[in-house]
Design a protein around this ligand. Sequence first.
Ligand code: PHE
Length: 359
Amino acid sequence: MSEMTDLKAQLLAEIAAATSLEALDAVRVAALGKQGSVSALLKSLGGMSPDERQVQGPLINGLREAVTNAIADRKAALEGAALNARLASEKLDMTLPAPAFPAGSVHPVSQVMDELAEIFADLGFAVATGPEVEDDWHNFTALNIPESHPARAMHDTFYFPDEVDGKKMLLRTHTSPVQIRTMMSQKPPFRIIAPGRVYRSDSDATHTPMFHQIEGLVIDRGIHMGHLKWTLETFLKAFFERDDVVLRMRPSYFPFTEPSAEVDVGFTRDKSGRRVIGGSEGWMEVLGSGMVHPKVIEACGLDPNEWQGFAFGTGVDRLAMLKYGMDDLRAFFDGDLRWLKHYGFAALDVPTLSGGVGA
Ligand code: PHE
């Protein structure tokens, strides 16, 4: 009896003295574990006479209960103290700015394409697309460039070795086949721009085998060169964000337009001798254009006596170089992160024209 009272006092003292959850658990194992002191007493009940057991049973079970409860209480107290200590040591300042995380930048070509789409959207143009792997008919023949035409040689075309369904396949050399695809798949009138990748076997500081063009096409009734000139002037002023952009249209030749005009934009030089768009000290060629040739309209199944239009095509990379001042086209496609960081645009930047043409 007194042995049990001693054990109880000893265990309760050990529980109270435990200052960590590990120490408390060691006390629990020593008392209630398989080899524990309280467990040994519980086991001894089996060897007792029924009378003895009737007396000892409640006492031993009472001891077990008292120890179990004391451990649970101490455990709760220790856990509470641990939580308080953590709350005191870990502070979170919700007013601190969030740490910056690395973000990519928008490539100047993508930026310029977005700007162009926005400007032309204001003028009522939709964006059209076509395949980069094109057939010879859409890239050349339908554009009034038959098999033996010298213009084919001028395009430095990448041909595929095998024909598909009897068609000679190639990487499109310009975005003009999208004119054909639009005229054949949509009902006029329409106004579209077609930005995209084009390919020519050519490489130096201003030429890469892959580059970007944007095509424009308007087909309607009664369209004339005045519409073309106004559209180009409005677009170039909006794109370069200057009212003093001067255009010069020079007679030229493209098989798919008649008449055709090459368009130059005037520049002046700043103090450091750099060319700045605006004024007319010198001229730079920026695009090709003209009235869509009646043969092209006919090839697409439309009646050229009812439908007329204009088309233009220009290099997106070249426009980006002129507007943002890069001088080597090859760097556009090197993927050098330093270049991209310098010339790229923040992903959340809206195109520089907040409201497009009207703004
Ligand atoms: N496709 C021509 C080129 O790549 C440009 C152009 C397009 C000219 C539309 C006139 C009309 O050079």
